[in-house]
Design a protein around this ligand. Structure first.
Ligand code: PEP
Ligand code: MN
Length: 295
């Protein structure tokens, strides 16, 4: 077994620019700076399901003061029989909605062959939890020249997550935002989709100057719990939040993806007000996580 961890270029100890004082590598996404003093909220529907739904969600998002719209055109679904996203049509909808609202677009890419196409529309490319260790995808995304939102695999260790980020960084793209989206525990399913890992945020920030955001929507799987977990994520040191939103005028029962998670407009407004009223907590000093062994 070789130690592939201690020499990662994204570790604070190998990236001295952010060491003294301890600072964060700020990532600019369509003019929105992630990693600065104010937490950043990215919000939108789980999937782009129609033009009307996406525009309605985008307007709610903009009205809440959010400047980055999330929404998947390509959806990673556990069952091959579930709705897989609108694909190219979804990208065209996102481009139209950006024209109309001026919001920056955060959207997922799953297939290394599609990176160039998705990057034409995306201001930030999302790597989903299930793709965190798709190494050819990470390499392609690293070459795309677009900021990356790297979700943690739902069973990934901190070390595996950092190594995934390194695959992107070593292609020359350092504009990576890490996203904690809940991890699977033996006892998750009956009460929550997964468990938001509050305990990873501080060690992650010690380990790397890359910013980290929290996704309470996929962690809880239940919109009524998203607000409290958003607050907890910020208390734990997250630089921002990724929030799924229910488009006004759309019934949950109409949705084909993650119907229970999207927060209504008033909840989103409370979350953005809370986020806007506070500063990201300072990175902790002391030594970074120990360099464990990675396989
Ligand atoms: C999503 O953001 O809609 C998504 C599918 O998330 P994850 O990859 O974290 O499950
Ligand atoms: Mn989703």
């Amino acid at each position: 077994m070789t130690d592939g961890l201690s020499n990662l270029s994204i570790l604070r100890r190998n990236w001295p620019e952010y060491a003294e004082p301890l600072t964060t590598h700020v990532v600019d996404v369509a003019g929105v700076l992630i990693g600065e003093a104010r937490p950043v909220v990215i919000a939108g529907p789980c999937a782009v399901e129609s033009y009307e739904q996406t525009l309605s969600a985008a307007r709610a998002v903009a009205a809440a003061g959010v400047r980055l719209l999330r929404g998947g055109a390509f959806k990673p679904r556990t069952s091959p029989y579930s709705f897989q996203g609108l694909g190219e049509e979804g990208l065209e909808i996102l481009a139209r909605v950006r024209e109309e609202t001026g919001l920056g677009i955060v959207t997922e890419v799953q297939d290394p062959r599609m990176v160039e196409r998705v990057a034409e529309t995306a201001d930030m490319l999302q790597i989903g939890s299930r793709s965190m260790q798709n190494f050819p995808l990470l390499v392609e995304v690293g070459r795309a020249g677009v900021p990356v939102l790297l979700k943690r695999g739902f069973s990934a260790t901190l070390e595996e997550w950092l190594c995934a980020a390194e695959y992107v960084a070593r292609e020359g793209n350092l504009d990576i935002v890490l996203c904690e989206r809940g991890i699977r525990r033996d006892c998750s399913w009956s009460h929550a989709r997964s468990q938001f890992d509050l305990d990873v945020i501080e060690p992650l920030r010690r380990a790397t100057p890359l910013p980290v955001v929290g996704d309470p929507s996929h962690a809880t799987g239940e919109w009524t719990r998203v607000e409290e977990v958003s607050q907890a994520a910020l208390e734990a040191g997250a630089h921002g939040l990724l929030i799924e939103v229910l488009a006004p005028g759309i019934e949950r029962s109409e949705l084909r993806c993650d119907a229970h998670q999207g927060v209504p407009e008033d909840t989103l407004q409370r979350i953005t007000a809370f986020a806007g009223s506070r500063e990201v907590i300072a990175a902790a000093g002391g030594s970074p996580v120990s360099a464990g062994q990675v396989r």
